[in-house]
Design a protein around this ligand. Sequence first.
Ligand code: FAD
Length: 373
Amino acid sequence: MDLNLTPKQKMLQKKCRDFAQREITRYVSQLEMDPEFRSGLYQKMSQEGLFTLLISPELEGNPLGYYLGLAEISQADAGIGVGMAVTNMVAEMIQLHGTPEQQTKYLKLLRAGTAPAAFALTEKQAGSDVRNVQTKAVQDFNNPDVYVIDGEKQLISNADSAGFLVLIAKTEDESTAFLIDRNTPGVEVTKKEQKIGLLTANLVNLRFRNCKIPESQILGKPGKGLSIALGALDSGRIGIAAQSIGIAQAAYEAALHYAKTHEAFGEPIGKFQAIAFKLADMHVKLSAMRQLLLQACWAKAQKKEYTLEASTAKLFCSEACNEIASEALQIHGGYGYIKGYPVEKYWRDARATTIYEGTSEIQRIVISRHLLT
Ligand SMILES: Cc1cc2nc3c(=O)[nH]c(=O)nc-3n(C[C@H](O)[C@H](O)[C@H](O)COP(=O)(O)OP(=O)(O)OC[C@H]3O[C@@H](n4cnc5c(N)ncnc54)[C@H](O)[C@@H]3O)c2cc1C
């Protein structure tokens, strides 16, 4: 396992860092408040190739360049990182499982400067329990080339603004993945959730009512939806590890700056061992997070199963991210609790990382099953 970044990996990391500094960092509050402004940013991300970076030949067989780039975007704003992560996950699903026609149509859309993509798996009783999907896709009695979809999906990122989505629905006894254009009749946004963080990513509920989808929109083979979804989640979990590194790095940098510049008892608070040790612990955790990201990318690049490494990185990085964001807030004292200082946002954004793409409890189940079989 080579720990040195290649010139291409450094280049992709820098490309995303430069993009984030130019297009995101200064505009976060506008991006949070104005969906039009956000849509303009998404167009630029698409045109820069950031929506399909995970399937880019520039990665040279190791996805690390993409995940480092995702960390840079998430350091600037984790909600925009969600849009990038989900869209790349969908792009990878299409590259792995799509027909040539699906690849031509949908990957072109993701490169053409339009909208991000969404991934609709979660339902009221099917969050952790992904096998319990109840949304049904039934072959039309009069036209077996068409599936009729009925059901509801909950907590789906950016499904209101997405151009298309991958839906996991139940066909007979098994799940099947469908590619669905967002403007298809019968697809409706029923609720926009009010979240505590990630304010630049919308989270919505969807209803499918008598939604007719041609068989040609099935992604992969019928009945293989769950295994396609679980494969995508392995990849997505490395994405959450990367996102956690981005948020944690931002929180650490804010805390380090505050520790050097804010004074109490006549000296910078960084001179107090209690504060200095918190910074040391943050540095150690961030170093360990990066190593687990490298390990997971290395395992994925071997083209073998990498579920264990992905869950390990996701679990550790998301938990450490929350610890770092919380300690960064503590170092800011009362001002950490005040809007206007960036740490309260990092703390709110961090909170989702131990929940989505499988909670920490589910990661422990995945990891322990690997150890015990
Ligand atoms: C910001 C955000 C964005 C999201 N984006 C998407 C998206 O784009 N697409 C999508 O499909 N979903 C998305 N989700 C949904 C997310 O993946 C689910 O919320 C998550 O998987 C947990 O499912 P749940 O909310 O139904 O909780 P539940 O599964 O009901 O779990 C509730 C609690 O019980 C615990 N628990 C459940 N089962 C077990 C068990 N067997 N053993 C031990 N503990 C258990 C859980 O860990 C959790 O603490 C998003 C969620 C959030 C917060």
